[in-house]
Design a protein around this ligand. Structure first.
Ligand SMILES: Cc1cc2nc3c(=O)[nH]c(=O)nc-3n(C[C@H](O)[C@H](O)[C@H](O)COP(=O)(O)OP(=O)(O)OC[C@H]3O[C@@H](n4cnc5c(N)ncnc54)[C@H](O)[C@@H]3O)c2cc1C
Length: 415
């Protein structure tokens, strides 16, 4: 784990925070901490032009209201606001392909929340671009692209990482935002638990004849949930989770066959549909780090907790890690404490670990309960949905949860 040879310090690379992983949570943390006066070096394995390519990732994210506040707080919301579709209502139904939704339905309407829309749909290409531009414009951030971290080392005074090029970066705290297979966690000796779901999400965007009115739909199908999420204009993002073998077949189809397969599940409520771009696939699983911190190491985002997208909460949970860690670090520095010290990191872990374990358990249970055609479970879940729908207090609680407004909110998410 620890590198046996003393590491030379590369000129000009000495930094407060070393962030490994420039996906989405890494850049958010780089901005939040650099704006608070920390020197930050963020490292990502991919070349910059890959990240800048609009076809790099087909996902759109349902960003909770609390996440929107964070993005506004770190100064990038203005750049994406024109591309963000407010999520005004959510309709959840139990369905079977060809049968349409069951009469049991859960309906969440933002009009019942005083804070406004529960969240916003933002396409990856706009979010990523905004992060890259903001990082380039922020003094205090050194962004190393196309650099793979291959080793790390910590001691009482600091942490260092070695890049594939042989260069070394040293800092006070090493942060792993390097995704579900986090090498930062592995090298720090942090074990993971989790499993695959034998499900793959097929993701694409469609254009439709009729307006969506800002309504997000979730249909629970036997193979997995189908989410239809409103994008700007008459467009929606599809996240179609299916058993992996079926998902592979869906990806292999030509566009016309794929649309023929999608239509019975999608329904006709938005009129005629057509594809507006490529299809992408993402294997689904649960991957939870058994600790979020180790000596001079902290994990954020999927490196700490990779969950099923059934509730659209993975990135939201990661951004909450970001806001919490940025606040813990700022407060530690204000008290003159070591930002990589055990006490500082324990505060971060205590704040975030229980929340994310609960989210992981909830998404895992929902997926198991809903991704099947067992008549008993179907009856149970339909009864449950009907009961929640009939109880305004419960409905409101679910909406506040989806908007990210519950629990101990970090300052950056309070608006
Ligand atoms: C189909 C689908 C739909 C989703 N929808 C939603 C949604 O609606 N709302 C929501 O909140 N969440 C959603 N999520 C979850 C969300 O996509 C993830 O939580 C989020 O993308 C994780 O970002 P990250 O920055 O933590 O990790 P990643 O995006 O995985 O980034 C990790 C980065 O680390 C880099 N890296 C790894 N190892 C190294 C190394 N050794 N050296 C240098 N760099 C390295 C990689 O290049 C990569 O760029 C969805 C997920 C899926 C699969």
């Amino acid at each position: 784990m620890d590198n046996p040879v003393p590491l030379p310090i590369l000129q000009g690379m000495d930094t407060d925070l070393i962030i490994v992983g420039g996906g989405l949570n890494g850049p958010a943390l780089a901005l939040a901490t650099a704006q608070a006066g920390f020197r930050v070096t963020i490292i990502d394995a991919l070349p910059l032009d890959t990240r800048e390519d609009p076809a790099f990732d087909g996902r759109s994210y349902a960003l909770a209201l609390a996440s929107k506040r964070l993005l506004a707080g770190i100064g990038i919301w203005d750049q994406i606001a024109d591309h963000a579709q407010p999520m005004l209502e959510i309709k959840v139904t139990d369905g079977r392909a060809g049968e349409g939704p069951s009469p049991w339905m859960l309906h969440f309407d933002h009009a019942e929340l005083e804070e406004g829309p529960m969240g916003y749909l933002v396409e990856d290409r706009h979010l990523r671009r905004a992060f890259l531009d903001a990082m380039a414009a922020t003094p205090g951030i050194t962004h190393l692209s196309e650099q793979m971290v291959t080793a790390q080392s910590v001691d009482a005074s600091g942490a260092s990482v070695t890049l594939a090029s042989g260069d070394v970066v040293t800092g006070h705290l090493l942060i792993g935002s390097d995704g579900r297979q986090s090498g930062t966690a592995t090298r720090a000796g942090i074990k993971r638990m989790g499993w695959g779901y034998d499900q793959t999400a097929v993701v694409c965007a469609v254009e439709h004849a009729l307006p969506h009115h800002g309504i997000a739909h979730q249909f629970f199908m036997p193979g997995g949930p189908l989410a239809i999420l409103p994008l700007t204009g008459n467009r929606s993002s599809i996240v179609w989770s299916e058993e992996t073998a079926r998902a592979k077949a869906l990806i292999a189809m030509d566009d016309a066959d794929f649309l023929d397969a999608l239509r019975p599940a999608f329904g006709s409520f938005l009129g005629e549909i057509s594809l507006t771009g490529a299809r992408f696939s993402y294997p689904l699983g649960l991957s939870l780090a058994q600790a979020f911190v180790a000596d001079r190491v902290a994990l954020v985002g999927d490196a700490a907790h990779g969950v099923h997208p059934i509730a659209g909460q993975g990135l939201n949970a990661g951004l909450r890690d970001v806001a919490a860690l940025a606040q813990v670090l700022q407060e530690a520095r204000g008290r003159g404490e070591d930002i990589g010290g055990t006490q500082t990191l324990a505060r971060y872990q205590q704040w975030r670990r229980f929340d994310t374990a609960t989210l992981a358990a909830a998404t895992d249970t929902f997926n198991k309960l809903f991704s099947n055609d067992n008549p008993l479970l179907r009856g149970l879940r339909d009864f449950g949905m009907g009961a929640i729908n009939a109880a305004p207090g419960l409905r409101r609680r679910f909406m506040r949860e989806a908007a990210g407004l519950t629990g101990d909110l970090p300052k950056l998410m309070r608006g």
